[in-house]
Design a protein around this ligand. Sequence first.
Ligand code: X2X
Length: 333
Amino acid sequence: LKRRILLATTAATLLFSAAATAQYKDEYTVSTVLPSAFPWGQAADKWVELVRERSDGRINMKIYSNSQLVSGDQTKEFSAMRSGLIDMAVGSTINWSPQVPELNLFSLPFLMPDYEAIDAITQGEAGETIFAAIKKRGVTPLAWGENGFRELSNSKRKITGPDDVEGLKIRVVGSPLFQDTFTTLGANPTQMSWADAKPALTTGAVDGQENPISVFDVARIDQVGQTHLTLWHYMADPLVFAVSNRVWSQFNPEDQALLKQAAIDAGQWEIEKSRGELEATLEAIKARGVQVVELTPEQHAAFVEATRPVYEKWTDRIGEDLVEQAQEAVANR
Ligand code: X2X
């Protein structure tokens, strides 16, 4: 009898997993903004590769970079995931912040002075609060990656203080917070997608932009006249590995764990790699003739002070509790 029960149980388990597997798609779409030449794209590549290996080819994902699944409009990526148009994504907190206000946390000017501060936020209570906010809005977050500290470049002049920014036309990404930050500094910010940014820099429609050094380097932003680069580390955008809730609920628990662990491993790998490459990348940029400015503590403080009203205004929108959690994490890092 024992044997028969065992056989029956095994058969039932097999049937069950066959049924569960039958619902799986042949291929899942993974959206990114930046392709494989950038750390961001490599993070997605790594995730896909680890999932394929660890599932023995049962779970296949295909990357669609350059926000092509949302016709280049990166601020629509989150909504597209929620509505089922996109299955998965490795996305920037900036691009998802129109739908998840909590994600504006990372864009608060000068909240995070260094990598330890980013890690203290993402790996602690604040990180959990943010993941809960993403989940509530229809997407399951699995792990963190990193786009990087965003530095300011322009074609006109050396920038060492808020006065130098005045009147410059700066391309910014799609969160209204950026509009506020650059308006407060006296610049003329223009929101546009990444797809439109390089053409706008090329024609001189805008004078400057802000992006991580890796992006500046790989996209060869210096070739379109961006000869001044100020390292002000005013904010950094983490990346989030995520799956739409609908798709997530179709995976069995083992495969959910597999997808999540692969995302964690890919994220850690990418964060270490991109941080490790930074110095060499900076040297390469300098060697190409870009004038790189590192701020003195006084110059840095002037930017912090000038952007303080933005920090305060957006603390309300993000949620005071979350901002406090983040501040504590940074203070105790
Ligand atoms: O558009 C940008 O600046 C980029 C590529 O960094 C993001 O998607 C946030």
